[in-house]
Design a protein. Structure first.
Length: 353
């Protein structure tokens, strides 16, 4: 572990030195690349520097243990430093786990009502509120780019972007089928019903991701917006649907005011979808890495149940249960997400990747 940490520190110092050179600073792209690499290493470097100080402190305390005047104080200091070293050992182990290159990215999230008719759409709307409330609590922002409202409320489908550093690292475990158990407002007989909504989470393909889209490979259709987009949204043919012919992917954007804005947004989403396809292919080739993940990431996988009568939420992938469903639906997802992250780290530390 020490060899890896020394190599990381050496790389960090090298990047710091490079960023001080005028020829590097004059190259915006190179400066951005080096700065991002430094930022990715910063937590490890800071923890390792602290670790080295603790190791030195342990050596100094050991030399003083037999001192007639300072021996007792040195023993107490040694005990404290040994405990701190043990804690830092664990932190460094986690920090050295290879990072997902997408962790710092924004996300594109798609929620659809699935089994359960109107109630499934209402639940999809509840999930949308849950995730956007969570995003707000994290200091993130969000923007809806396409929505199809349910006839009794909620959404048959809603697609949106959550913007904020680390959004993907926190919400990447949410892809899958979410099940709700409750008496629907649409149920006149007061019977408990089970409905589902599916969630898909993708990293937004930023400028650093090289995805080339041949103009001849896409078909662009323009039509009248039908979603909620404010005053005048339905008065012009501004909605855009882009079909990527080689893959059959279809992206729709209708919540911007102009056709140009909708097309730009749709192209960004298409780029992200193609990037996600590339990532899936890469993981399939690597095989074991996908198996080590929390779940498959497939939107058909049953991952979580929201039981309203018992105020309970259960994540089936890790056997985690909390009896704070009301708070969870208001965006208090921290306990669930922390449990998922810890389990993911545990599996990687056990070498299951």
């Amino acid at each position: 572990m020490i060899e890896r940490l020394e190599a990381t520190l050496e790389k960090y110092n090298h990047l710091e030195s490079e960023l001080a050179k005028p020829e590097v600073l004059s190259d915006i792209k190179l400066t951005r690349t080096y700065s991002k690499e430094m930022s990715d290493l910063e937590d490890i470097v800071n923890c390792y520097k602290k670790y080295k100080k603790v190791l030195q402190g342990i050596e100094d305390a050991k030399e003083m243990v037999n001192d007639s005047e300072l021996g007792e104080m040195a023993k107490e200091e040694l005990k404290t430093l040994e405990e701190e070293k043990e804690q830092l050992d664990k932190e460094l182990e986690v920090l050295l786990i290879p990072k997902d290159p997408n962790d710092s990215k924004n996300i594109i999230m798609e929620i659809r009502g699935a089994a359960g008719g109107d109630e499934a759409n209402i639940f999809a709307g509840d999930l949308f509120r849950m995730y956007t409330r969570y995003a707000e609590k994290q200091g993130f922002s969000y923007e809806v780019f396409n929505s199809v409202e349910g006839t009794a409320g909620g959404f048959a489908q809603i697609e949106f972007i959550i913007k904020g550093k680390g959004a993907y690292s926190l919400l990447k475990y949410e892809s899958g089928s979410h099940r709700v158990q409750r008496v629907p407002v649409t149920e006149s007989n007061g019977r408990l019903q089970t409905s589902t909504a599916t969630v898909l989470v993708m990293p937004e393909a930023d400028d650093e991701v090289e995805i080339e889209i041949n103009p001849n490979d896409i078909r662009v259709d323009i039509y009248r917006s039908s979603g909620c987009g404010g005053q005048g949204v339905n008065t012009t043919d501004s909605a855009v649907r882009i079909t990527h012919l080689p893959t059959g992917l279809v992206v729709t954007c209708q919540n911007e005011r102009s056709q140009i804005q909708n097309k730009e947004q749709a192209m960004k989403v298409l780029k992200s979808r193609l990037y996600e396809l590339q990532e899936q292919e890469r993981l399939e080739k690597e095989g074991n890495e996908r198996r080590s993940k929390i779940g498959t990431g497939d939107r058909a996988e049953k991952i979580r149940t929201y039981n309203y009568p018992q105020n309970r939420v259960t994540d089936h992938r890790i056997g985690f249960t909390t009896n704070n469903l009301d708070r969870v639906m208001d965006g208090a997802l921290d306990d669930i997400i922390d449990a998922l992250i810890q389990e993911d780290q545990k599996r990687k530390l056990e070498g299951e990747e």
